[in-house]
Design a protein around this ligand. Structure first.
Ligand code: HSE
Length: 451
């Protein structure tokens, strides 16, 4: 059904930051205008591209009439209804939010770092100004996961979220698992392919995933966890030996961001984890993202797509504008209880209550009684062993220098994070064991508990 022209609502847009995503959003607005009028009844008008440098905009062939070097010109224009913040970071971006909201504009953003650290105050400011903040692009790129949480799954109490929310890490881990590359070589390939930044630390150390899962946990549980209470481990210390050993046991390594309610609070974690090769997230490879959400009515739902890149992220940014243009988003922003300024503080689940299976790898002197000594430590701590693996090494030939060390891999039954860390420390303290062990959680599929 086509909307008649008289039903069209007009929304004038200023995009601030004309890089990869800003350029993509501008192209999408110009390219799909007829589609927006027909399907959303919104006349989306791009009036300003604000930046200091327009070389990228020129390379995309965007009209020079849109270029504007003075932010205040766009903010002072009463026609502008929405300002799109695509400058990134938490400095100037925050000032831009404050100025745009004070000027009575809606704001749309892809900036997860800003929302993770200042979301509560910025949402409160938007509410005081009777404006909204659209942030679909901040988590999962083009995947409409934010809308799924606040709208599509609104009938459910959410029980758990599990996600692969960083394409850079997933690309690197896919290279390590698929090609047997070391972390350093896989990172170099990711940088050459344009999937990793020159300074990849925010991605590979898990910070970007932590920002995203913190925002998603707010929405899913109506509960605010402090950024410092999110447990974060990155992929930058992961060894190919463990990726390969896990694969031999039927596991795939993924950087899993997860959030779930527990008896004493909310557990929000980012960590390299083994999942079965049959797990729904196991086949998500390369730079793709995916999220599993478990609701108490619907059970398991899965969302998959491109988590970064110009047009996938532009898809989310422009959809936010359209939802503001139709009036749907302002209504939900005013009504719903789980926006970042309305969530209530929640306690982080302590490590003593984080219970799952673990993979442990030790380097051990190859001599009688060693396995007994190691399993005695586990037994004393009430950790039950599921399996033990000691790959056979060839007898040294004449002239070989053997260091007499062998690899011992132990898979445990579920135990707590606190207990397994103590066990690893105690085993590494044995004088026949090298003082570094690998410790990787093994995540089973979350059970479906239906209402
Ligand atoms: N750097 C992110 C990633 C994309 O690699 O997934 C932006 O959130």
């Amino acid at each position: 059904m086509q909307n008649s022209k008289s039903e069209l609502s007009r929304l004038v847009v200023a995009i601030v930051g004309c890089g990869t995503v800003g350029g993509g959003a501008a192209r999408l607005i110009l390219q799909n205008q007829d589609h927006f009028r027909k399907m959303a009844g919104v006349d989306l008008v791009l009036k300003y591209l604000v930046d200091k440098n327009f070389s990228h905009a020129r390379s995309l062939g965007l009209p020079e009439t849109l270029f504007c070097t003075e932010l205040d010109t766009a903010l002072a224009d009463p026609e502008v209804g929405v300002v799109v913040e695509l400058v990134g970071g938490t400095g100037f971006a925050k000032t831009l939010f404050e100025k745009a909201l004070a000027a009575g504009k809606h704001v749309v953003t892809a900036n997860k770092a800003l929302l993770a650290h200042h979301g509560k105050e910025l949402f409160a400011l938007a509410r005081r100004q009777e404006r909204t903040i659209g942030f679909e692009a901040s988590c999962g790129g083009g995947i409409p996961i934010i809308r799924a949480l606040y709208d599509g799954l609104l009938a459910n109490e959410i029980q758990a979220l599990y996600g692969i929310v960083n394409g850079t890490c997933n690309f690197i881990l896919s290279q390590m698992a698929g090609k047997g590359q070391s972390y350093a070589d896989a990172l170099r390939d990711a940088q050459s392919a344009g999937f990793a930044e020159a300074d990849p630390s925010l991605d590979v150390q898990g910070g970007d995933s932590a920002h995203k899962i913190g925002i998603l946990a707010n929405l899913a549980f109506g509960a605010a966890i402090k950024p410092e209470d999110i447990s974060v481990r990155g992929i930058d210390t992961l060894q190919i030996t463990d990726v390969n050993a896990g694969a031999d046991l039927g596991y795939v390594i993924k950087l899993i961001a997860q959030a779930q309610r527990t008896a004493s609070g909310l557990s929000v974690r980012v960590e390299p984890s083994f999942i079965s090769r049959h797990h729904p997230l196991a086949w998500v490879s390369g730079s793709f993202n995916a999220l599993s959400v478990y609701g108490n009515a619907v059970g398991h739902t899965l969302y998959y797509g491109r988590g970064a890149g110009a047009m996938p992220t532009a898809s989310a940014v422009v959809s936010d504008m359209l939802s503001i243009g139709t009036g749907a988003y302002p209504l939900q922003f005013a009504r719903l209880g789980n926006w970042l300024d309305r969530t209530v503080p929640v306690r982080a689940t302590p490590e003593s209550e984080i219970v799952r299976k673990y993979y442990l790898r030790f380097l051990v002197q190859d001599k009688p009684g060693m396995l007994a000594k190691m399993t005695a430590v586990l037994g004393t701590l009430d950790i039950s062993v599921a399996s033990i693996h000691q790959p056979e090494v060839a007898e040294p030939q004449d002239g070989d220098s053997a260091d007499g060390m062998v690899t011992v891999i132990i898979i445990t039954h579920p135990t707590s994070e606190q207990t397994i860390r103590q066990a690893a420390r105690e085993i590494c303290a044995l004088h026949e064991v090298a003082d570094q062990a690998s410790l990787i959680p093994i995540l089973d599929e979350h059970p479906e508990f239906k209402a």
